[in-house]
Write a protein that binds this ligand. Structure first.
Ligand code: MCF
Ligand code: FE
Length: 410
């Protein structure tokens, strides 16, 4: 048994969010989280003591619910500021983007993420080039095999190649690595394939992930077959009209546990539907800004009780995969919201809420949860409890001092 002592513990447990001069007792799972000094003394005698030290803060390891590790290389070649400009540059530079990739490179990206406090990842995989790295990663991983294909004539071939990738990743399943399914988007996957992938995901009982209503152009294309997607699709794929409307697409997702990524251009009706489906939204504010997609309204999620998960997206639409960087950007971008409350919700979004959406038993420091824990030292005191989440986000260092995954120091 281990006991980690910390001056401040942010538990993400709504029953007791903050403990001072506390301790987390754990092996693979958390046995007890307490600030009872007599109990701490008793545990100190029989457990391995790790002292976080003065001004230490412990919290659950962070969870990045949406990223693309295959899109980590050569991002300097991409165009930013508009979605189609970006997408065209991704397609044009695809060879360069992929060529820079090898296992050592992706392993390095994963190590950086870990140092920054990310202990679990929802990784979208378009090709399977990242499988070796992610199956061997120290982090917990939900590996989302992404289905993409807009040519109905090639549907069977696309689906069988997709199933091959799913099978490859299934072989690597372990207590840390789970394989799951992603559908790229309503504009890039033919509805027959969407339905098949959803049925498969339901059978597997794993979470499903899809990009949805990211850009204004996507919204206009799905709504009326017009806008900047029209010219792009005619030219690139000889596609005259969208496969389905946004609402039709959503209607396919009944009875699935789905993470809808972006939704920056979702309207009230689509949000109502996502709320009714029990969906969660992966929110990538930096990516949305770089690709000219605007900002998701978090207020609109609140009254529909839709959980959101702050995530980084890939390095092709971000400059950092560090979640504290992303949280700081979110704090600055959602300028209308109450700062301390926003900070609290943002931390929940990358811990407890993300764990629930990915089907992981972590994200909370409470008895029975997996012992995924990070800690670091603040440079000064924070006497106001309500200010803690904000100060933690603002001042978290780029490298954590202690990191445990499943109770193991990493
Ligand atoms: O989330 C961002 C922006 N929206 C859509 N796709 C991607 C993002 N980051 C990487 N992608 C990938 C996606 O998985 O880019 C390709 C897909 O493989 C776009 S279609 C050529
Ligand atoms: Fe993405």
């Amino acid at each position: 048994m281990n006991i980690l002592l910390a001056d401040t513990i942010l538990t993400m447990d709504p029953a007791r969010p903050v403990l001072r001069e506390g301790a987390i007792v754990f092996d693979e799972n958390i046995e007890e989280v307490t600030d009872d000094q007599a109990a701490i003394e008793r545990w100190r005698e029989k457990a391995l003591v790790i002292d976080g030290g003065k001004r230490s803060v412990a919290l659950p390891g962070l969870i990045n619910a949406h990223t693309h590790l295959e899109f980590s290389g050569a991002a300097t070649e991409l165009n930013y500021g508009g979605f189609i400009a970006w997408l065209s540059s991704v397609i044009e530079k695809r060879e360069t983007l992929v060529r820079g990739l090898n296992k050592a490179f992706i392993d390095g990206v994963l190590e950086d993420m870990l140092r920054g406090g990310t202990t679990a990842i929802g990784a979208i995989s378009s090709y399977g080039f990242d499988l070796e790295s992610l199956a061997g990663a120290k982090q917990r991983v939900v590996y989302f095999n992404e289905l993409i294909g807009s040519n109905p004539a090639a549907a069977d071939q696309i689906f069988s190649a997709f199933l091959d990738r799913v099978a490859m990743s299934d072989e690597r399943r372990s207590d840390r690595f789970n394989s799951a399914i992603a559908i790229h988007s309503p504009y890039s996957v033919a509805p027959a394939l969407v339905r098949k992938a959803i049925a498969l995901s339901q059978n597997r009982k794993t979470p499903l992930s899809t990009h949805f209503l990211e850009s204004e152009g996507e919204r206009r294309w799905l709504e009326s077959g017009s806008g900047e997607f029209k010219g792009f699709f005619e030219k690139a794929f000889k596609l005259e009209e969208p496969f389905c409307s946004a609402k039709e697409f959503l209607s396919f997702f009944a009875d699935t546990k789905t993470i809808f990524t972006h939704c920056a251009n979702a309207g009230d009706e689509e949000l109502d539907m996502i709320g009714a489906l029990g969906g969660a939204i992966a929110h990538c504010p930096v990516s949305n800004r770089l690709l000219g997609c605007g900002l998701l309204s978090l207020e609109k999620l609140k009254n529909r009780e839709i959980p959101y998960l702050v995530a980084t997206d890939g390095l092709s639409s971000n400059y950092s995969l560090n979640l504290f960087d992303e949280l700081r950007s979110a704090l600055l971008m959602h300028e209308g919201l109450d700062l301390p409350l926003l900070a609290r919700d943002l931390l929940i979004s990358v811990t407890d809420a993300a764990a629930k959406a990915l089907g992981l038993n972590c994200g909370r420091l409470a008895s029975g949860y997996a012992a995924d824990i990070i800690s670091f030292k603040l440079s000064g005191d924070v006497s106001d409890e309500a200010a803690l989440p904000l100060q933690v986000i603002l001042r978290a260092p780029s490298a954590m001092e202690h990191i445990f995954i499943n109770g193991e120091r990493v």
